[in-house]
Design a protein around this ligand. Structure first.
Ligand SMILES: Nc1nc2c(ncn2[C@@H]2O[C@H](COP(=O)(O)OP(=O)(O)OP(=O)(O)O)[C@@H](O)[C@H]2O)c(=O)[nH]1
Ligand SMILES: [K+]
Ligand SMILES: [Mg+2]
Length: 431
């Protein structure tokens, strides 16, 4: 998808909207402005101008026009931004007229970011973080993405890359110039660089396994005997009638799931069929589904009430006694709730949020969020492990070259020049 020319696209959300931002990037950016009747644009100065059609000369809209000269722009190229009124027809007209200009075409998905990466404005990891930031649906996802977009991963990669190249340089120097006698035995020195590097990478890789959980969310199952009030609690927690409530035992037959944003975390609550013995048919099938939901949950909440018999689930993480308005609270419950007491429901919500926060904090702090990154970093780790497993310098260097190549897949290219620079810099061989 690496194309040339000047690209144009709507960069804000779909119209109609209050304001629409059309971006143009490439050598013709200034010419596009001129073609729309906007002349004498100074870099980084916003001006309000009438836009006239390059096709028929008619007035299209009044727009706030901004120009950024290469390389001091988001893409590293000349960039023109037109802030228009966000009407469907206005946006379509500007885009349609722009692509009639010579050397100007509609941008492909992600092409502005791709140009930014190719022009060294951001690393690959930063570009991916930016995509995550745009996709973030909850506060937790946004927090993680903004931390990564701010360079949390790319800074870490830069540090690892430098140490890796340093170790490889030691290897190469020893292999090539050992006869000179001024390099000494490099092996302990190399391993001293590689050991901590490997453990740091292991930690980040381990955290990456949880990364998707932030998007997937935290799963909570409400489990208990029939009529304990599980469906009533689900409805109270999500503030709508998601599940049917009735005084009849065995009302809920299927798992009813609702996804909520609790405290910035994505939480999926599942109401289940009440569990009791001696039932057949549909209700028994419902109970089998309850079992599956319980096993899949990150948090199992056992719901009992004064008018039902507790199940005493061995895997319950939180035991609540519901309908506390009916009788005195049992000492075994972690929490007592009632529909008549909104504070108790808010309390339960806070308990669930606290579990979600604890369960997802590793995922929130993950540095690696993509399969591509994980597979490349796994190869880096394997290359380092290979280098550490051998005493032979040739084999050590081979493992490190593999690790470097994998690192290059994560960050951009590692040129052989980098390694030679390091060798010359360290050992003053050119003297
Ligand atoms: N007194 C009192 N009754 C409640 C409370 N919450 C629910 N109930 C009643 O308890 C009965 C059962 O409620 P459900 O929410 O259907 O119970 P459930 O656990 O989902 O039942 P099944 O789906 O049949 O397993 C209904 O008649 C509710 O009105 C409460 O806080 N106090
Ligand atoms: K019921
Ligand atoms: Mg129910």
């Amino acid at each position: 998808m690496i194309g040339s020319g000047t690209i144009v696209a709507l960069s804000s959300g779909p119209p109609p909207s209050a304001v629409a931002v059309i971006r143009v990037s490439g050598p013709e950016a200034c010419a596009v402005a001129t073609a729309f009747g906007v002349k004498t644009l100074l870099p980084r100065q916003a001006v309000l101008r009438g836009l006239t059609s390059p096709v028929d000369g008619s007035l299209i809209d009044r727009a706030l026009c901004l120009y950024f000269a290469a390389p001091g722009s988001a893409t590293g190229e000349d960039v023109l931004e037109l802030h228009l009124h966000g009407g469907v027809a206005v946006v379509e007209r500007v885009l349609a007229d722009a692509v009639t200009l010579s050397g100007v075409r509609a941008a492909e998905a992600g092409e502005f970011t791709l140009r930014a990466v190719l022009n060294g404005k951001m690393g690959l990891a930063d570009a991916e973080a930016l995509a995550d930031l745009i996709e973030a649906r909850t506060e937790a996802e946004r927090r993680r993405a903004v931390r990564l977009a701010d360079g949390a991963l790319s800074r870490r990669l830069a540090d690892w890359r430098e140490r890796l190249i340093g170790a490889l340089a030691l290897c190469e120097a020893h292999l090539d110039f050992a006869d000179d006698g001024d390099v000494g035995s490099a092996q302990p020195e190399i391993d001293a660089v590689l050991e901590p590097l490997r453990s740091e990478i292991e930690v980040v890789l381990a955290g990456s396994i949880d990364a998707e959980r932030l998007t997937d969310g935290f799963h909570v199952a409400l489990v208990g005997p029939p009529n304990a009030g599980k469906s009533s609690l689900l409805n109270a927690l999500c503030e709508r009638d998601a599940a049917i409530v009735s005084p009849e035992a065995g009302t809920t037959r299927d798992v009813v799931s609702v996804t909520l944003d609790l405290d910035g975390y994505r939480v999926t609550l599942s109401d289940t069929a009440g569990v009791r013995d001696g039932v057949v048919g549909v209700e028994a099938a419902g109970i089998a589904r309850t079992e599956a939901a319980r096993r899949a949950a990150d948090l199992v909440i056992e719901v009992t009430s004064p008018d039902t018999r507790p199940l005493d689930l061995p895997d319950a993480d939180l035991r609540i006694l519901h309908k506390k308005d009916m009788a005195a609270v049992a000492a075994t419950a972690d929490l007592a709730t009632s529909l008549a007491d909104p504070v108790s429901i808010a309390d339960l919500r806070e308990h669930i949020a606290a579990h979600a926060r604890a369960g997802l904090s590793r995922a929130e702090n993950a540095l690696i969020t993509r399969t591509r990154q994980r597979s490349a970093l796994t190869d880096v780790r394997d290359g380092i492990a290979e280098a550490l497993a051998t005493d032979a310098l040739e084999l050590k260097a081979e493992g490190l070259r593999l690790a470097c190549a994998a690192m290059a897949r994560m960050t951009g290219e590692i040129g052989i020049e980098d390694v030679l620079d390091d060798v010359f810099g360290r050992f003053c061989i050119g003297k």
